[in-house]
Design a protein around this ligand. Structure first.
Ligand SMILES: Cc1cc2nc3c(=O)[nH]c(=O)nc-3n(C[C@H](O)[C@H](O)[C@H](O)COP(=O)(O)OP(=O)(O)OC[C@H]3O[C@@H](n4cnc5c(N)ncnc54)[C@H](O)[C@@H]3O)c2cc1C
Length: 465
């Protein structure tokens, strides 16, 4: 029996693990619009106009230059929804073992129940949470991506970088047609496949929405996150990292949503992302385990989850949460001329000047009064969250800075079959949507699990044919 031809669009964790699970059972082609991992570099200097953006695009996906926090809990990275079942643990183990095989063991963290700092946070009204975590660092994750890519090629997977899938056309009886553009050519070619796995992640959010519209697939709005990233001298934030590396500190701010800490990086750096697809400059953060590449600063994001039921919020404009956070991010970009930085002390005092305080790691950000760009309710919530943090870490107000925007916008939710991730039965059911592009996931491992599940569904369907 001939093997099915499968196109995987995007070489992030969802695409790489789909390829891993399909290798041998299908003729697998992975098309990735960014560069190979060794050629991904964020150039120095203040401009943020790269096409492709090396932070978000390239083999390894947005995870390729990530901090390498391997979240080993089925309840994380799913916007707090219970999407995975206990039997998906085998997928999580497979991802962990593959990362360890190529990156090494990194540092293992057990969840923390009680410690002096968890108690202090609870006393000031902030919930503290943790989970099983392996941290391989930005250096470890790059070793993993390189090793996994070579392994997939050895096992017969075709990986084609610097090529862009521009669109898809379906023929209910025949193959799916993909329009592919090689970055160094002036024309587009068409290729035919039996199955397509969309794994286009963060950088492909707008692309997914327009392709699904073209296929007449209705999508649903979901929650979205507006965020800012806090950075301070490493010794100021040390008590948090010593309690748990990726500490989760959360507080509800009804009716808008909640603010939680996210993506914590010790002795790391704040980076810029160019979301070309939706015209937004964003910040993010990562860190290395190699002592020579560690900095004097630590950082973490403070993400405000904007829920879908906002009818009670006076400031609400009737947009979907995704539209709202994108608009807010764009308005900060326009006023600051890109990403912005402001000292915490000035953010806490509306009328104060905007200068950044002391040193910081992202020279692409412009000093700017972020607090004046935020709607009053959102600014009040952040000021309250920061005030509570400074009660536990008093040096933070004087020495810390915040960057904006850092939005987690997700894609609109596609009506996929959960656990298989194919579009519903009908003319599009040989098209799968995985990882971040589904609109449900925001972590490396959760995205990887969906790639494996889609691959297993394709293999099952072929065996039943
Ligand atoms: C700086 C940074 C640090 C992070 N740190 C962590 C961390 O420590 N732990 C964690 O769990 N998560 C982390 N994340 C989030 C994590 O990386 C994402 O949740 C995850 O990568 C999503 O996986 P994905 O495969 O769905 O998509 P992505 O990783 O976004 O990959 C999608 C790929 O598809 C490609 N693509 C898009 N459109 C097309 C097209 N039309 N044709 C061809 N290719 C296309 C893109 O170029 C991209 O390479 C971090 C993210 C960033 C940016």
């Amino acid at each position: 029996m001939s093997r099915p031809r499968v196109l995987i669009i995007g070489a992030g964790p969802a695409g790489m693990f789909a390829a891993d699970a399909l290798a041998g059972d299908a003729e697998v082609t992975v098309i990735e619009q960014g560069r190979q991992i060794d050629s991904r570099r964020c150039p120095p200097g203040p401009r943020c106009e790269c096409d492709p953006c090396s932070i978000l695009e390239g083999t390894g996906g947005a995870g390729g230059l990530s901090d390498g926090k391997i979240t080993l809990s089925l309840g994380r990275g799913t916007q707090k929804e219970s999407i995975f079942s206990p039997e998906d643990q085998r997928h999580l183990d497979r991802i962990d073992q593959t990362v360890v095989k190529f990156a090494g063991l990194g540092v293992w963290y057990e969840p923390v129940e009680n410690s002096p700092y968890t108690e202090k946070f609870r006393e000031v009204g902030l919930e503290f949470d943790s989970y099983p975590l392996r941290h391989v660092g930005s250096d470890g994750i790059q070793r993993y991506v390189k090793g996994h890519r070579e392994d997939l090629i050895r096992r017969g997977v075709f990986i084609r970088e610097e090529e862009v899938v521009q669109g898809l056309e379906r023929d209910p009886q025949g193959p799916i047609v993909a329009w592919v553009w090689k970055r160094d050519q002036l024309f587009t070619v068409t290729e035919e496949y039996d199955y397509v796995v969309i794994a286009v992640g963060l950088a492909g959010t707008g692309w997914t929405e327009s392709v699904l519209e073209g296929l007449s697939v209705d999508t649903m709005p979901g929650p979205a996150g507006f965020g800012m990233r806090l950075e301070a001298p490493a010794e100021v934030l040390a008590p948090l990292f010593e309690t748990f590396y990726d500490f989760k500190i959360e507080r509800d701010y009804p009716p808008i949503g909640s603010i939680r800490s996210f993506c914590c990086n010790q002795r790391g750096e704040v980076v810029n992302e160019n979301h070309r697809d939706i015209g937004i400059r964003n910040v993010n953060g990562h860190s290395y385990l190699d002592p020579r590449r560690r900095t004097e600063f630590s950082n973490f994001a403070m993400i405000m989850k904007v829920g879908t039921d906002l009818s009670q919020w006076e400031g609400w404009t009737g947009m979907t949460p995704q539209e709202y956070v994108r608009k807010l991010a764009r308005s900060i970009n326009v006023r600051a001329g890109g990403t912005a930085i402001q000292s915490i002390s000035s953010f806490m005092d509306y009328w104060a000047d905007t200068a950044a305080s002391g040193g910081y790691t992202n020279p692409k950000a412009t000093p700017h009064n972020i607090s004046k760009d935020l709607p009053e309710d959102i600014r009040d919530a952040y000021q309250d969250y920061l005030y509570r943090l400074t009660k536990v870490l008093p040096d933070l107000e004087e020495h810390g800075n915040i960057y904006a925007p850092e939005i987690k916008y997700y894609a609109r939710k596609a009506p996929v079959e959960r656990g298989a991730w194919s579009l519903p039965h009908g003319p599009n059911d040989r098209i799968y949507i995985t990882g971040h592009a589904t609109g449900y996931f925001d972590s490396y491992t959760a995205s990887g699990i969906t790639g494996i599940q889609a691959a297993e569904d394709i293999i099952r369907r072929e065996r039943e044919r």
